[in-house]
Design a protein around this ligand. Structure first.
Ligand SMILES: *Cc1c(COP(=O)(O)O)cnc(C)c1O
Length: 407
């Protein structure tokens, strides 16, 4: 399929984008997922729901976030004008709050007062604990024991916000294991519990629902760039972990054929399996991303020759996951979006470049998009513009970067 043939990206009734997505879950989760889909569909068409969400995003989360013209970064690249969408200025420091707020409102509508969530680096856990505090909901966060050790400050933050943080000691004791544990809790306590999933992943309706709650990024950016420059940007660039900040930015532009959609995956420290988290990476002799099922959805999954889920590595915990959201798999195969990767070293270079040239310390996840953006801007005329999604701020990463530079 040519890029020009894709003008919309909507799943079918069962949450399939082509062969991707769907719902691969144990029998006991089918009814709760049906109930969730029904309530989400109702809310999606309810103007009052969106009105309350908009108001809370404005008064509590600080939306709309600015679209900033990064003039020194632009001068450094020497080409197209570079604009930064400032999700780093959102309450709690990343785009994760958009989704947490939307789903918490949905949980309230459904009368569920016990909220569970998984977290890797802790950003989604913090966002979830935050909205639960605000709504007075019980909050339980599952987190791998290894991640708890690496992100001790976020664990303390969640506890300050009144959440219970449960250590997961299975597997590699990281994000994938935390999701398994959260799903297990949900199966057991489904009558009073809402599972607040953190990315555009998992079984239907999560990938669709999370996208709808993150679309606010792209809706705002579209309006802001048109008002700033009078025309559409030539490219959008965003890092892709599970895929929520990128799909949120991309989706309102899917019908605009002149706009390139570019996702940046974590290239890690080497090309071999286990050393990166680039699911669309195909130049790897020792295995790589292939179509498969992980945690309830069909997508591209990093696996070895016998189908075992591969371990992954990234300098940024938020991009360190073996699968990618199913809508990205569809956009990839249809050719509408492009996926590239940036290594740990390039992410660090983007991190310091953005700090030094713009006075903005980005999250290490977002930092993956900076060097590719400079490269792309450089190939375009100065009359063009591109938008980089600055999905979060780097305060959480300063310690880690400091240690890297000292040792
Ligand atoms: C979690 C996170 C990501 C990765 O998740 P997506 O769902 O791909 O957006 C990226 N940036 C930041 C700042 C994050 O916290």
């Amino acid at each position: 399929m040519q890029r020009s043939t894709i003008t919309a990206s909507e799943p079918d009734e069962d949450g399939h984008w082509g062969q991707f997505g769907g719902r691969y879950v144990p029998e006991t989760l089918v009814a709760p997922l049906d109930e969730l889909t029904k309530e989400f569909t109702r809310a999606r068409h309810d103007a009052d729901f969106w009105c309350e969400l908009d108001q809370r995003l404005r008064d509590y989360c600080g939306r709309p976030t600015p679209l900033f013209h990064a003039q020194r970064l632009t001068a450094h690249a020497g080409g197209a004008q570079i604009y930064l969408k400032r999700e780093d200025l959102s309450h709690t420091g990343s785009h994760k709050i958009n989704n947490a707020m939307g789903q918490a409102l949905l949980a309230r509508r459904m009368g569920k007062r016990r909220i569970i969530a998984e977290t890797g680096a802790g950003q989604h856990g913090v966002a979830t604990a935050t909205v639960c505090a605000m709504f007075g909901l019980q909050c339980i966060i599952y987190m791998g024991a290894e991640d708890m050790r690496r992100q001790a400050l976020n664990v303390f933050r969640m506890r300050l916000l009144g959440a219970e943080v449960v250590a997961v000691n299975a597997g590699a004791r990281t994000l994938k294991d935390a999701i398994n544990e959260a799903l297990r809790d949900w199966v057991t306590n489904v009558h009073d519990t809402y599972y607040l999933l953190g990315s555009a992943l998992g079984p239907h309706p999560y990938p669709l629902m999370v996208r709808e709650f993150q679309r606010v990024i792209g809706r705002e950016a579209r309006e802001q760039i048109l008002s700033a420059t009078g025309h559409l940007p030539r490219a959008l660039i965003a890092c892709v972990g599970g895929g929520s900040n990128s799909i949120g930015l991309f989706h309102p532009f899917i019908g605009d054929q002149s706009v390139r959609l570019i996702g940046v995956e974590a290239g890690g420290r080497a090309d071999s399996l286990g050393e990166h988290a680039a699911r669309f990476h195909t130049s790897v002799a020792s295995g790589g991303g292939r179509i498969g099922v992980l945690q309830g959805t069909m997508s591209y999954v990093l696996q070895n020759d016998t189908g075992q889920i591969a371990t992954t590595h990234s300098i940024s915990a938020g991009l360190d996951y073996a699968a990618i959201g199913p809508e990205h798999a569809f956009l990839h195969d249809s050719g509408r979006a492009e996926y590239i990767c940036a290594s740990d070293a390039e992410a660090l270079e983007g991190f310091t470049l953005c700090a030094e040239l713009e006075g903005i310390i980005p999250a290490l996840e977002s930092s993956h998009a900076i060097i590719p953006a400079v490269r792309i801007a450089c190939e375009l005329p100065q009359s063009d513009a591109i938008i980089v999604n600055l999905s979060g701020r780097g305060d959480k990463d300063v310690q880690l970067v400091a240690e890297l530079y000292v040792t």
